[in-house]
Design a protein around this ligand. Structure first.
Ligand code: SF4
Length: 290
């Protein structure tokens, strides 16, 4: 398989074939994100993708494909349809194709485009929302407003796709911790995704947010501050049917809950950890990672 640079995927795509159809992220401006800073965004040639698919055709048991890198939906509709047709040709028994997408690239697709992609097999989108606080969205240079983020999420759901949303504990620092948590609960309520994955901020050298931290313009919450944000988000968000996790390696307190069904139970558990400052439940710093 032709992989350029470091490849990442969501934890739930651990058994998926990783097919890199684009390199990097077309936005590449979020102040906390270092993932694709070294990569210049490009769409891979169809010949390279076809070569990978011919190789994948020889593998046994491929049921899911995850499209890399950070922003495959930015690919123009016609070309993306060509790529998905090619995937279906070489891997005709797939259960699901999924990808990361940012709100800007989702909004460049019409509702009809998204429905067509869903019918062709693109069943799941991972959308980085990070925060619902309008000021913070601007500050971290997410490139979209609260309203655009909600519209992007709803467009994915209306197309019949499964929507998994990522939020980022700590991205408001100490100063905006509470507003960040409450507004994130609000945006999650407005988007009403099928899955939420909470990550905890880890500062990456050479990113603008890291620089702000170094010069004292940005201060991180303490461990229980992040967990308090997690509590506030779960307590205030209203979901129809959502699987909420904070089991990513960056988190201090891993939780998994079906919401709203297990809301009271999970809040009780989180609150007990905060009240007791129970360090035995906390992932040690050396075990955290991205
Ligand atoms: S859109 Fe996603 S991948 Fe691109 S810079 Fe922002 S966080 Fe990173």
């Amino acid at each position: 398989m032709d992989y350029e640079g470091f490849i990442i995927r969501p934890p739930s795509e651990a058994y998926s074939l990783l097919l890199q159809i684009s390199v990097g992220c077309s936005h590449n401006k979020c102040t906390f994100c270092g993932t694709y800073r070294q990569k210049r965004f490009k769409i891979k040639p169809l010949e390279t993708i076809e070569r990978d698919l011919k190789e994948a055709h020889t593998y046994k048991g491929v049921e899911k494909v995850f499209l890399c890198d950070g922003d495959a939906l930015i690919i123009p509709q016609q070309k993306l349809e060509e790529i998905i047709s090619m995937i279906n040709k070489y891997l005709p028994h797939l259960k699901q194709i999924s990808t990361y997408a940012n709100a800007k690239s989702i909004l460049r697709k019409s509702p009809e485009d998204l429905k067509k992609l869903n019918q062709m097999g693109l069943k799941m989108i991972y959308l980085g929302v990070e925060t619902g606080n309008a000021e913070l969205l601007k500050k971290i240079q997410k490139g979209v407003t609260y309203e655009q983020m909600v519209e992007a999420g709803r467009r994915v759901k209306d197309a019949g796709m499964i929507l998994s949303v990522t939020i980022l504990l700590g991205v408001g620092g100490i100063e905006k911790s509470i507003e960040h948590a409450l507004d994130t609960a609000k945006i999650l309520t407005d988007v009403d995704p099928d899955y939420v994955g909470a990550l905890t901020l880890m500062l990456i050298p050479q990113t603008p947010l890291y620089e702000d931290y170094i010069v004292g313009r940005f201060a991180l919450p303490d461990t229980f501050g992040y967990i308090r944000e997690l509590y506030l988000i779960i307590a205030n968000a209203v979901f129809t049917d959502c699987y909420f996790t904070s089991n990513h390696a960056s988190n201090y307190l891993p939780v998994k809950a079906y919401l709203p069904r297990q809301k009271e139970k999970i809040l009780k558990m989180i609150n007990a950890v905060i009240e007791a400052k129970d360090a035995t439940k906390i992932r040690p710093e050396y075990m955290r990672g991205l």
